[in-house]
Design a protein around this ligand. Structure first.
Ligand code: BGC
Length: 719
């Protein structure tokens, strides 16, 4: 357990002060109404700026922005480019607007699993993003993005500080639960879906934290040293996808440094790559409080909005006066801020807004339950211990999370739920079943008797917000991947008494189980399952639905099988390999591999066929596979395609996930699924040409149901 002192760190105090800042609701920095003799540069639209505006009239908007830029004073401009703190009347972090020119500013709010608790407004707590990653279902994630957007919009918020799409480099990362997993292809698919869902509701999504942000305890100072190949091939592809395919409206720069420069000053990331190569036409805001490290330097690097106040950007007018900054540079940045406001139509919205019926609606709670059912991963099921047999009428329920409202981290992603269904409540709702709760971590004689007398024993344990979370304001990084010793002792004690023991683990990512999972019959990973979690756990345990969750990360046999997690040093080298790519390169099997999950049914995969054995660097290979449900219940399977380069000129991971598809089948039925592998996704970063290049070599396609499953293979060439 972490010291309570952590909760009173300087950042916490800074946050508290911000929350009750006397400037709350104050108008933007007092500008002057004087109209200056200044002509803004004419603007040439690009395909990217047009696409950013979607259906809005982008020509008219860009012309209006040029007019606004000509009209505003420098002070007024800068006032539009930094926050004014948390506004309790707006229930959002405010970036001021300017009434004279008719721009409304932004109302920003977290976050990744629902409307932020900072508002004190109760809302639906959706399962954490990692659990949504375990559904492997982008269409479902699109619905979640839309639902969260509707809830934040119901109080007038227009920028949603989500999705978090940082690579889970190591499962000890405190904010693991906020992201979708360890693989950039999988994360890109889910991130694009979330953004599209949220933005279809008129809310600007903000992909965060750009980039290479996956350590909490040193997040404000760590320098992530990373070579260009690793950056391009592992840490950026999913950001690229949300920009290019998802058309995300904004991007948040990360706290950490990358190769010596803080991310808000990292022009290689913000300008060369994000704006130059990916043609991002939206705005970049800093991460909060300690996320901006300069004025002119940050602006020039590509930061547009300092959050949540403007201690740095307030110096920009003086920089213009002194000649250190050209006003046209300021305009280029402000144009992106205004483009977002006008293209998303924020200037046309009525305020204030409050639609309480949207939050925690029956529809959203049903979605939260469905996502939790779909994200639960069955890891072990010896002798068909699950589903709980219809004849079983007594359940002994133990474990530290059995009656806990355990919905995750208390940091910026946290939500105040209108209610949380615990496992005890969810299981207890079942007709004809008696659930006896045995609290504590040791068994007295009465506890032992309850365990012995039960038909089934369920232990709900794992992690909670004391174990993992955002640094400074919550628990920070995990201390180990193991379960607490007293919980392991409890599992062993119960396992010695009963032969039908089901362990349900809650937590944000991998928990090592190899020391004790051979003692129990069934093992289930339920993450932080949100408002309806207890019901979803009961749905799966009783077999109303066959488990279909698949791990979005590897669970190693032991922590030492993974690369080192260093959350102490101020310089950390991010190597090329992590997760399943690291395990495969070391020929070390996972305890439970990436992509793995059991079902109450069984499936066969057959008839792998490729559209062609050759393609070009811009082509696509389409693989088809026949999936048959050979079991006795309706169930889902997720077919995964991994590709390895053969004879590459550089060292690569043995294979990478490149496509996946899900199918739901009745017993005895089959369907052919299609997996489209784009050759451009096979590219590597050529250090000599400084480009992503697809090598003209042979590639091996492995199709199976997890990273270590190569039951069907085929080869194709790129030429
Ligand atoms: C977090 C961001 C969050 C912001 C505003 C920061 O501490 O890193 O993810 O969006 O606070 O709450």
């Amino acid at each position: 357990m972490r010291s309570a002192l952590l909760r009173f760190s300087p950042l916490v105090i800074a946050f508290s002060l911000l929350a009750c800042d006397p400037r709350d609701n104050a108008p933007a920095d007092a500008g002057t109404d004087a109209v200056r003799d200044y002509r803004a540069e004419p603007f040439e639209p690009t395909d990217a700026t047009r696409a950013y505006c979607g259906d809005a009239d982008d020509d008219a908007i860009e012309a209006r922005i040029t007019e606004i830029l000509s009209t505003l004073t420098v002070d007024e401009k800068v006032a539009l480019m930094h926050g004014s703190g948390y506004s309790s009347s707006d229930r959002a972090w405010r970036v001021p607007g300017n009434e004279r020119v008719g721009v409304p500013g932004f109302r920003m709010l977290d976050g990744p699993r629902g409307l932020s608790r900072f508002t004190r407004v109760p809302a639906t707590a959706f399962p954490v993003a990692m659990m949504r990653g375990a559904t492997w279902d982008p269409a479902l994630e699109r619905d979640v993005g839309a639902a969260i957007a509707r809830e934040v919009r119901s109080i007038g918020v227009d920028v949603l500080l989500a999705p978090t799409i940082n690579v889970l480099r190591h499962p000890r990362w405190g904010r693991a639960q906020e992201t979708y997993g360890e693989d950039s292809h999988h994360m890109g698919e889910l991130g694009v879906a979330f953004v599209q869902g949220a933005q279809a509701e008129g809310v600007i999504a903000s992909a965060k934290h750009f980039a290479a942000n996956s350590i909490e305890n040193t997040r404000h100072e760590v320098d992530v040293v990373i070579d260009e190949r690793t950056l391009r091939e592992v840490y950026l592809p999913h950001f690229r996808r949300v920009v290019i395919d998802g058309r995300v409206g904004s991007v948040m720069s990360a706290y950490n440094r990358v190769n010596g420069l803080y991310c808000d000053q990292q022009s290689h990331l913000l300008t060369d790559i994000l704006r130059g190569e990916w043609q991002f036409a939206g705005f970049v805001e800093s991460d909060w409080v300690l996320g901006t490290h300069g004025d002119v330097d940050s602006l020039r690097a590509g930061l547009d909005v300092e959050m949540p106040f403007g201690p740095n950007f307030r110096r920009l007018p003086a920089a213009i006066t002194s000649g250190a900054l050209d006003e046209r540079e300021l305009d280029a940045s402000l144009r992106r801020v205004l483009r977002a406001q006008l293209c998303f139509g924020l200037d046309e919205r009525q305020r204030p807004v409050d639609e309480p019926s949207v939050r925690g609606s029956a529809e959203h709670l049903a979605l939260a339950r469905e996502v939790a059912r779909r994200g639960i991963v069955l890891l072990r099921n010896d002798g068909g211990a699950l589903p709980i047999a219809p004849g079983a009428t007594s359940i002994a329920l133990l474990g530290r999370n059995a009656d806990a409202e355990n919905i995750g981290d208390l940091g910026s992603s946290s939500v105040i739920p209108q209610g949380v269904v615990t496992a005890l409540e969810g299981l207890g709702e079942r007709d004809g079943v008696t659930v006896t709760h045995v609290p504590g971590t040791t068994l007295d004689a009465a506890g032992e008797a309850t365990v012995r007398a039960a038909d089934v024993v369920v232990i709900v344990t794992g992690l909670d917000s004391d174990d993992e979370g955002e640094a400074d304001i919550a628990a920070g990084d995990r201390e180990s991947l193991a379960l607490r010793a007293e919980e392991v002792a409890l599992i062993r004690a119960v396992a010695a008494l009963h032969d039908r023991v089901v362990v349900v683990l809650e937590g944000g990512s991998a928990i090592t189980t190899g020391e004790w999972d051979g003692d129990i019959e069934a093992l289930v990973l339920a993450f932080y399952p949100g408002s309806e979690g207890g019901r979803a756990i009961a749905d799966v345990l009783f077999g109303d639905v066959s488990p279909s969750g698949r791990l979005p990360f590897s669970i190693p046999a032991q922590e030492s099988d993974l690369p080192e997690f260093d959350n102490v040093s101020h310089t950390v080298d991010y190597g090329y390999l992590h997760g399943y790519r690291h395990l495969a390169a070391n020929e070390t099997p996972a305890r439970y591999p990436f992509g793995f999950g059991l079902s109450y049914s069984t499936f066969t995969l057959s008839e792998l066929a490729l559209s062609s054995e050759r393609t070009t660097a811009t082509g696509t290979i389409t693989a088809t596979v026949r999936v048959t449900n050979t079991g006795t219940v309706r169930a889902r399977e997720t077919v995964q395609a991994y590709v390895g380069a053969r004879g590459s000129s550089v060292t690569r991971a043995p294979y990478d996930l490149r496509a996946f598809a899900q199918v739901q089948l009745d017993p005895g039925t089959s369907e052919t699924v299609t997996l489209a592998v784009r050759a451009e996704d096979l590219a590597y970063w050529n250090e000599t040409s400084s480009r992503m290049e697809v090598e003209a070599i042979e590639y091996e396609l492995r199709v199976g149901t997890h990273a270590e499953d190569a039951r069907l293979t085929a080869t194709f060439r790129v030429e």
